[in-house]
Design a protein around this ligand. Structure first.
Ligand code: ADP
Ligand code: MG
Ligand code: MG
Length: 885
């Protein structure tokens, strides 16, 4: 196999290995590809990534074969350029550039102008009749090589240059003459000799091999390793080295260097976008030493800039560049990010790659390119990162508006929210009912705050991480949230708070940016998301190509509407308990829990029945006959328990039972591990009247709404936390009995399904048997993850991120399904469930239903649908399409 590939000039580019990024790296593969389609690429060669790996394995030694191959490849450059490396009359200069498979900060920086020494610099000056250019190039080379290859401190060079300019009364580098630069070179060489104890290498081959070794070794540099670890890049890829003939953008006013995108990377518009500088080299454009100029006339005018655009200053080179842009897009079928240089009017291409882009731009480009016939729908679907859609679904802060920043926290749920500060959930609800925008600010949130979170525009917490209660619930509701903002301290007694170093009080207006974690004083204007147009088009294509259905997890009519607007095809999970937290009902719920006997419970349940019935009716109306999976009561009862004295007092008055008795009763109900305690179907088994009331509410509502006309309602009643067939048998019988009673009373009936959640390992294993009693399974992967891993989600905060950092779990298993472990349980249940009941309906309703990687898994095991929180529905639609392609 080849160790070196030549490109440009008369090089053959027909070996597929040369276009393989794993062999020649991203930069090398694309240089060869550009050359092969006839674009002007300075000739050069690429040393393969494999060579860097074997160099390091060999204890940092070059093989004889490599030495020979490089010499031959160098001859290719010399022949095509018509100059010789090290020739004192007319020297060839080269750049040495690193290039891994993926672009990687932390690798060696590029060295330009390699091949200059005390003799060749004179030859360069003579050839181009430009001594200033030659000496400027030489000093740049010494500076770069010393920094990058010799590892000397670059500060000394910059200081020497500053002093030289000061001595001469200059302000800018351009004032330096040939002689000035010559003197600087002398000083630079002294600095090198003093710091290194050896003179600057004059032998051009020593220079070249030194640079190649430095690129190879930079793969093992500490900062490169850190980057790899953070980005999951394997350590054995190695890096390629590109050696390429220099072209000069610093040869006067007909020369230039620049970077460009073939389309606008922030809006996606089909306009060339870029920056360039006349008479400049390499990274000058991005280095910020001089102000770069606009590429196009239109951009320059829009920005009101004085310096001419490339279109105006170099019309011919610009025309050529525009032609290359189109060729590149046609070839790569994607937006390109380009580096180029113009040497005395002639354009040279130095790099191209698929350009990074914002979510908005990705969407627009994908749709436009289908319209242009550049790509097909499937490619367009695969081009857009589903998670990036999140940015597009929420109103965002106007980027041009001023921001009075108070502090920052974690960007827990995207979107922007402005409103009056409220310090508790009840106040949030109260003020929101008065049509006021509020932002709920809490130390942290708990299930009791749900109604307040719902009422609020946004949520800010002083504590808690990205998977805290506030963060998870806020994301689920599509509320912007900033969590863990340690700069926030709340004084509930005075109803005041401090954010950063500003004193505020309840009622003051703040703005949250859930995408960045910023907290601002006052109201920052927002811009609404654009859901039609390109977004709508891409979603339509996604729907056409996906197999799985997409439902939503929703429990309020408002959430259902949002989700339907986002294209949800039904409800995969309606958590009935969330309805119980409502201020008007919690009292009845508490009466039920603390009742001494069944009669007491039934009395309380009677108060809840009409409330539940109207909740369900409203949801059924909103969903217009789409399937609705409703889960019967699941959480441990303690979540509803009164905690504060006022709450006990209120309850005691309502029940006419003394507080002590209530407190004792509450004490009796205390559980050591509620997550594994008296919850889920265990509640239905021990207190069948609760499930009976819920089932009755569901069937009555379904009959009522069906009777109103429109699409008939088909409820799917779901029993949670089942471990055995027997549990389900008992509870299904209860559901069927209740349905029949209701149908008889109403003189009408509806179709319905009853089924179960699979969220315990035993249920997954016994799925074959359980399927006898279930028309559908919904994988509750939150609990399945908790129980399979033996990790409580609420307590995982303390150790889960170190676990992920150490690679024990590749990703947070509550965010992305642990496919290897928990995934097996799902697969087993799918297989055994289908064996018993081939037409069993299978879905997923855990948080994972909105995670693209987990969705890909669901497609692989053949689930019928995924269910995601409303704002994740579009993400799920796109991810499901990608998984199906
Ligand atoms: P990076 O990977 O950091 O982008 P590059 O290898 O692309 O580094 O080099 C940075 C810049 O150096 C290029 O954008 C280009 O301006 C300049 N450069 C590299 N090689 C050459 C060359 N052969 N001739 C002229 N300029 C070059
Ligand atoms: Mg580059
Ligand atoms: Mg569960």
């Amino acid at each position: 196999t080849k160790t070196v590939y030549t490109f440009g000039g008369d090089a053959p580019h027909d070996d597929p290995r040369q276009r393989d990024k794993t062999v020649t790296g991203g930069k090398g593969a694309n240089l060869a590809e550009m050359a092969s389609i006839g674009l002007p690429v300075p000739p050069g060669f690429t040393i393969t990534t494999e060579e860097s790996v074997s160099y390091l394995n060999r204890g940092e030694a070059f093989s004889d074969k490599l030495r020979g191959d490089v010499a031959e490849a160098l001859a290719h450059i010399e022949r095509n350029v018509g100059k010789r490396f090290g020739d004192s009359a007319d020297p060839l200069l080269v750049s040495v550039r690193s290039g891994a498979r993926v672009s990687m900060p932390g690798m060696m920086d590029t060295v330009l102008n390699l091949g200059l020494n005390d003799e060749t610099v004179e030859g360069l000056a003579a050839t181009f009749e430009d001594a200033r250019f030659a000496w400027d190039s030489y000093r740049r080379f010494i500076q770069m090589y010393s920094d990058v290859v010799l590892g000397l401190d670059h500060g000394a060079f910059e200081e020497a240059l500053e002093i030289a300019k000061e001595d001469r009364g200059y302000f800018t580098d351009t004032e330096m003459s040939a002689d000035d630069w010559r003197e600087i070179v002398g000083e630079f060489k002294q600095i090198v000799a003093a710091e290194r104890g050896k003179p600057f290498p004059q032998d051009v081959n020593e220079q070249l091999w030194g640079a190649i070794a430095a690129v190879f070794e930079s793969w093992d540099a500490e900062r490169a390793k850190v980057y790899r670890r953070l980005n999951g890049i394997p350590g054995d890829w190695g890096t390629a080295v590109n050696v390429q003939a220099m072209v000069f953008g610093n040869m006067g006013d007909t020369s230039a260097t620049g970077v460009a995108f073939t389309r606008d990377p922030s809006t996606g518009e089909r306009t060339y976008y870029g920056e360039w500088l006349v008479n400049a080299q390499g990274e000058d454009v991005v280095a910020g030493i001089r102000t770069p100029q606009y590429l196009t006339k239109a951009r320059r005018e829009a920005a009101g800039a004085d310096l001419p655009s490339m279109e105006e200053a170099m019309p011919e080179a610009y025309e050529e560049l525009a032609r290359v842009f189109d060729l590149l897009e046609n070839h790569y079928k994607d937006m390109q990010d380009i580096e180029f240089t113009v040497q005395q009017g002639t354009l040279w291409m130095l790099q191209t790659r698929n350009g990074k882009r914002t979510a908005k731009a990705a969407l627009k480009m994908a749709v436009d390119m289908v319209g242009e016939g550049l790509i097909d729908e499937k490619t367009a679907i695969l081009r857009v990162d589903p998670m990036a859609l999140d940015q597009l679904l929420h109103p965002t802060l106007d980027p041009d508006a001023p921001r009075d920043e108070l502090a920052t926290g974690l960007p827990a749920s995207p979107g922007a929210a402005s409103g009056k500060i409220v310090l508790d959930a009840d106040t949030a609800e109260l003020w929101a009912n008065r049509e006021e925008d509020v932002v709920l600010v809490r130390v942290e949130t708990s299930p009791e705050d749900i109604h307040g979170m719902h009422a609020a525009r946004g949520i800010l917490t002083a504590r808690g991480g990205m998977t805290s209660h506030a963060a998870v619930v806020a994301r689920g509701m599509g509320r912007p949230c900033v969590s863990g903002a340690s700069g926030v301290s709340i004084n509930l007694k005075d109803r005041t708070l401090r954010i950063g170093n500003r004193e505020l009080k309840e009622g003051d207006v703040i703005t949250l940016d859930g995408a960045t974690g910023q907290i601002m004083a006052g109201r920052v204007p927002t811009i609404e998301p654009e859901l039609a147009g390109d977004f709508g088009t891409l979603m339509e294509w996604a729907d056409k190509h996906r197999r799985m259905g997409v439902r939503t997890n929703a429990e309020t009519p408002e959430d259902c509407k949002t989700a339907r607007g986002f294209g949800a095809e039904g409800i995969g999970l309606c958590r009935t308990e969330h309805m119980f937290f409502d201020a008007s009902r919690i009292l009845a719920v508490r009466e039920m829990i603390l009742a001494d006997d069944e009669a007491g419970r039934r009395k309380a349940l009677e108060k809840l029945l009409p409330e539940q019935r109207s909740d369900f009716a409203e949801i059924f109306r909103t969903m217009h006959g789409l399937p609705c999976t409703i889960r019967l009561l699941d959480p441990p009862l303690h979540e509803f328990m009164p905690t504060r004295d006022e709450e006990f007092a209120e309850l005691s008055a309502s029940l006419d039972v003394d507080v002590d008795h209530l407190k004792r009763r509450a004490g009796e109900l205390h559980e050591f591990n509620p997550m594994l305690g008296h919850r889920g179907c265990r509640l239905g088994i021990t207190f069948p009247e609760i499930y009976e009331m819920q089932a009755r509410a569901i069937f009555e509502a379904a009959c009522d709404v069906t009777a109103e006309g429109g699409e008939p309602v088909v409820p799917e009643v779901m029993i949670p936390l089942v471990a055995t067939k027997k549990e389900l048998e008992i509870l299904r019988a209860l559901v069927v009995r209740t349905a029949e009673t209701v149908f008889e009373e109403k003189g009408a009936k509806v179709d319905y399904l009853s089924g179960t959640m699979i969220e315990l390992p035993r249920a997954a294993l016994m799925a074959g048997e359980i399927a006898e009693e279930a028309r559908f399974f919904s994988f509750g992967t939150n609990d399945l993850t908790q129980t399979a891993l033996g990790v409580s989600r609420d307590d995982a905060g303390r150790f889960l991120s170190p676990y992920v950092d150490k690679g024990i779990y590749a990703r947070d298993p509550f965010v992305s399904l642990d496919v290897d472990g928990v995934g097996q349980l799902v697969e087993i249940a799918v297989e055994r469930g289908r064996a018993t009941r081939p037409d069993i309906k299978l879905g997923i309703c855990g948080e994972h239903g909105g995670d693209p990687e987990s969705i890909a898994f669901c497609e692989r095991v053949g689930l019928d649908y995924v269910s995601a929180s409303p704002y994740r529905v579009p993400i799920a639609r796109l991810a499901a399409a990608q998984a199906a392609l």
